[in-house]
Design a binder for this molecule. Sequence first.
Ligand SMILES: Nc1ncnc2c1ncn2[C@@H]1O[C@H](COP(=O)(O)OP(=O)(O)OP(=O)(O)O)[C@@H](O)[C@H]1O
Ligand SMILES: [Mg+2]
Length: 472
Amino acid sequence: MADDWTELYRPKRLADVVGNPKAINELRQWALSWEEGRPERRAVVLMGPPGVGKTSAALALANEFNWGLVEMNASDQRNADAIKRVALRGSRSETFTDEGEFLSSKDGRRKLIVLDEADNIFGREDSGGIPAIAELVANTQQPVVLIVNDFYELSRKSAAIKNGTLQLKLSRVQAGTMRNVLRRIALDQGLEVPQRVFETIIENSNGDMRAAIRDLQAVAEGNVEMGEDDAFVLESRMSVKSMYDLMRDVLHEGDSTRARRTQMNVDEPPEQVMMWLDENVPLEYRDPEDLWRAYEHLSRADIFLARATRRQYFGLWAYATDHNIVGVCSAKSRPSRGWVQYRFPSYIMKMSRSKAYRAMRKGIAYKISAYTHTSTRRSAQDVLPYLTELFRADREFRLAMISAMRLTIEEVAFLLDKKVDAAEVKQLMQEAERSRATGEKAAASPPQRAPEEEKKERRPEPKGKQASLFEY
Ligand SMILES: Nc1ncnc2c1ncn2[C@@H]1O[C@H](COP(=O)(O)OP(=O)(O)OP(=O)(O)O)[C@@H](O)[C@H]1O
Ligand SMILES: [Mg+2]
């Protein structure tokens, strides 16, 4: 179980790279043209969101064509020189080791040069990375693959790169395709995975194959047997995990650029981030001045969030995010020491614990509102508390209310603050049933109709009639 499944199941051949058949095929054609000589476009740009198989496609390509491989991570500082050293000296007959050491042997294989995360290098204008790559693209003797998340920056800064490369776009992997891969892995691992768990993973992954495989492994390692319930646990656990990462980056690491990058990967709305920070800032920040500054930023974030909602202009979220992440991160005057256990926001916890309670309350309020022609809000706030008291205190009222509003047993239990299977509740329901059957109170009780039809049909009737409930 210790293996990383994303590595274990990394595609070995281009055919194993799922999704994006057109781009993968073009990549294969490009490689074939290298076999026949040097093609016009000597570099390919693979672009697309994280985890869709860009790196995998490049590696599979080298493997399939039996090419050597020179992988360079462009976020590596030493890149500009290294790129030149490796790329421009290679040729069919002269080549270099996989570590980039120059070799002048005759039997050198063709080498695929993979510049991963090439957009990082383009961000740093002073690094000389852009000219180096432009030169590489123009003069390379070896096939080059540039991997980027976003081609825009790269193309904007260098026309040579833009015009001299073949650009292939890999899109997010589709749900059906993803399901097949996950099923295959589960089968291979001998796992029984309920459908809903698959669906939750797929939905959460947002087309990121790596994330999906990772989550499947996480589920598998967390539980020997997987129940349908895991899907729910999984939903919260997955987002929680990345939120903890974000908290560490914002509150502890003190590197706002990095925190911002993490935030983009967390993919939670700024309101959630704000609540998490609100909960955790005091655990990490001890200096009152730091705390003050951090909360100042959170309160500003809150203002932007409110404005975004009010105006329905979600562009304002960007400002909330900057206050949340950069603001709170920079509010700290000294680096923090020690290890802090971050907490899930108690506000969200309370709200989710009270979810069933609130839903029930709302359901009853809805019935009251239909009955009394009051808004559900007013019913919940102003009417329900009194009715609840009356309901508990007066037997006749209880029976009338049950029958008039067609309260369910759950609602009755809720009003009495008893369990649904409590003897008292059952007895009361039977009693209500009996009195309905015998028509004991028929004359005095309001007609027993569902709230919906009641609302429609009652409208033309005189107002006095619906007050009958309160005559008890
Ligand atoms: N199209 C795919 N087909 C099969 N497996 C995939 C695919 N895409 C991703 N994976 C799985 O996810 C892992 C990571 O994929 P990969 O490194 O190719 O993503 P990437 O597109 O390079 O992402 P990033 O932009 O984050 O570097 C692979 O090892 C593989 O297990
Ligand atoms: Mg990659």
